[in-house]
Design a protein around this ligand. Structure first.
Ligand SMILES: [Cu+2]
Length: 134
């Protein structure tokens, strides 16, 4: 009689431990599920860091584009005109980009896709450059 009740208690404990193991397993699986969500949230600081890219990707100075070729990453790029006259940042291939910059210190942003673009100033046709978008 005494032995039987002791065995029953062991069984109950074994079931409880088994249940705890299942709970722990389900917990760890939900923890691994949570990590992709954490990875998504880490992309937010790069969005908020976007205004820090106030540097010019292309600078127009003394009727020249620099650097040329300019290597940039696909997306929004910044063009600054340091001259006192108006220039344009116009792609040779129609439609890629075309902005007018009234100097001095006019800044424009254009969105570019990956590729290599030749560009020029529509006002001063001797002004040419190349943009490599990665
Ligand atoms: Cu110009």
């Amino acid at each position: 009689m005494k032995h039987k009740t002791k065995f029953a208690r062991y069984r109950r404990q074994a079931i409880a431990i088994g249940f705890a193991a299942v709970v722990a397993a389900s917990c760890s699986s939900s923890a691994t599920k949570a990590s992709p969500a954490a990875a998504v949230s880490t992309t937010k600081p790069t969005d908020s860091a976007a205004p820090a890219s106030s540097h010019a990707d292309v600078t127009i100075k003394t009727f020249q584009f620099s650097p040329s070729p300019a290597t940039v990453k696909a997306g929004e790029i910044t063009v600054v005109n340091e001259d006192n006259t108006t220039h344009t940042f116009t792609s040779d291939a129609a439609g890629a980009f075309n902005v007018s910059l009234t100097g001095p210190h006019a800044t424009k942003t254009v969105t570019v896709k990956a590729g290599t673009y030749k560009f020029h100033c529509a006002i001063h046709t001797s002004m040419t450059g190349e943009l490599i978008v990665q």
